[in-house]
Structures are given as C-alpha cells and as structure tokens.
Design a protein around this ligand. Structure first.
Ligand SMILES: Nc1ncnc2c1ncn2[C@@H]1O[C@H](COP(=O)(O)OP(=O)(O)OP(=O)(O)O)[C@@H](O)[C@H]1O
Ligand SMILES: [Mg+2]
Length: 240
C-alpha cells in the first residue's frame, strides 16, 4: 500500500504552548485511521496543519508524494484533501443544496455537472429531504452530515473527519458509521478524530493516540486498547 499522507516531525506552537510536539505517522491509501486522545491533545490542531488552516512551526506534511506543508487551504483542497470542522461551518442563510454546490464548484467548472454531483452527494449523505432547507434550520445530526457532504463534494482522495459523531444518538451513530463505511468503499481514505470509542474501534483499521501534543501510541484498535499507557492517559477516564 502507498502512503497517501505522511506527517513528519510536525510541531505547532501557539506562543509558549506546544499543541503538536514532533508528531510522525502516516496514513495508507484506502485505510480508515482513528485519531484519538483527551481534550486538548492537539487533534484538531493537526487537522488545521494538514488542511493549511495554519502552518506548522516545524516539520512536514506530504500528501500523495507532494510536500503540502506551506500550501494554502484551497490548494490543498484542490489536490484532494477534504475536511469537516468540529464546529460546523455551514452557510446558514443558504440552502443545503447551495452549501454543497459551493463546495462542488470548487472541483467542477461546469455548473450543470456541479449540480448533478451535488444531488448525488446530498442523497449519499441522507440529506435529500432537507435539500431546500436553510442550513441554519438543520439539527445537530443534519449539520454534521452537511459538513461531510460539503467535504465530499470537493471529491477528496483523503477525508479528514473532526468529531462527526459527537452529540448523536445510538441510532444516528449507526447510520453515521454506515455512511463512513460507504465513503471508504467509494475509494476515499479517511483520517477520523473521534471520542466515541465504539465507533473508533468498529471502523478503524488503525488508531493513532495523541496526548499533550505528543504521539503516545499507534496500532490496531486491539493493540491500542490493550496498551497500558493509553489506558492510563485516555481510556481509563472514558465512559463509553
Ligand atoms: N489558534 C489557537 N491559538 C492558541 N491556542 C490554540 C489554538 N488552537 C488550539 N489551541 C490550543 O492547543 C491545544 C490543542 O487544541 P486542539 O483543539 O488541537 O485539541 P483537540 O485534541 O482537538 O481537543 P478536543 O478533543 O477538545 O477537540 C489546546 O490547549 C488549545 O487550547
Ligand atoms: Mg478538536
């Protein structure tokens, strides 16, 4: 398998705070990798570095063999990295259709092709019944799905999901897991930040654990759940 994403010695400082401290790991094409760790571990910071929302203090991000460390978010998106936001960033005064269309237009110059693609993505994400609703009127689950739909509409090769299961009920989680598995089957590689361990353990091929900005462990779900350091630093305090 080829590495689609290589994070090499990634360090991000905010003033005196080291949010990411010399993190190195890679994601292979076709995998689902879970990125876990306590609140403030530096997970979202790492997504921001990969997607170009901010630049690393030091280190390197390589996507599909290309150094993207210093690239802008729109360039990284064009190369094939899609992301969702932990706090949904939907355009609330616009409809679900328009929200996804804006993302699709990033990939397709033709409006008719972009519209067709938008319809497909909305259906795949289970949002067809809400297509003309203002995004601001969606509930939490629907907003999370819209985040995924907007990212998918850019036709990523690698999708970064930031806590898309938070706040969902049991049934909603099952539907969301189903969606993630369908995304994988469609050929998209996934790096997924998630606190819901039931989800991480069921869908991840591998899991990477961060604590206090550092990489604590990586391995199969079984390996990391049995790792005593991971239990002490993270899993011991989990309620689910
Ligand atoms: N733009 C910023 N400026 C200053 N500090 C920041 C900034 N972004 C994140 N931090 C800090 O960096 C650390 C890591 O934050 P981050 O959001 O990456 O954690 P996280 O692992 O995603 O946590 P959570 O599970 O709560 O979402 C925290 O101490 C946070 O306060
Ligand atoms: Mg976060």
């Amino acid at each position: 398998m080829n590495s689609i994403l290589e994070i090499k010695n990634a360090t991000k400082k905010f003033g005196g705070l080291i949010a990411n401290d010399n993190i190195t790991f890679s994601v292979q094409e076709g995998e689902i990798v879970g990125l876990v760790g306590p609140n403030g571990a530096g997970k979202t910071t790492l997504f921001n570095s990969v997607s170009g929302a901010h630049s690393l203090t030091s280190g390197q991000v390589v996507f599909n063999g290309e150094d993207i460390t210093k690239k802008k978010p729109y360039e990284i998106c064009k190369l094939g990295v899609g992301r969702t936001f932990q706090i949904p960033q939907s355009l609330n005064e616009m409809s679900v259709f328009e929200n996804v269309l804006v993302a699709a237009l990033n990939r397709h110059g033709s409006i008719s092709v972009a519209k067709e693609h938008t319809q497909k993505v909305i259906a795949m994400c289970g949002l067809a019944s809400f297509i003309y609703m203002h995004a601001g009127n969606l509930n939490v689950m629907q907003k999370k799905r819209l985040e995924i739909a907007r990212a998918l509409a850019t036709e990523p090769k690698l999708l970064l999901l930031d806590e898309t299961m938070a706040g969902l009920s049991g049934v909603e989680r099952k539907e969301a897991i189903n969606l993630i598995q369908r995304i994988k089957i469609s050929g998209i590689t996934i790096l997924m930040i998630e606190h819901v361990m039931e989800v991480v353990m069921n869908v991840s091929d591998r899991v990477v654990v961060l604590t206090s900005g550092r990489l604590l462990a990586e391995g199969t779900p079984e390996e990391v759940t049995q790792n005593q350091q991971v239990i002490n630093a993270y899993l011991g305090g989990m309620t689910n």
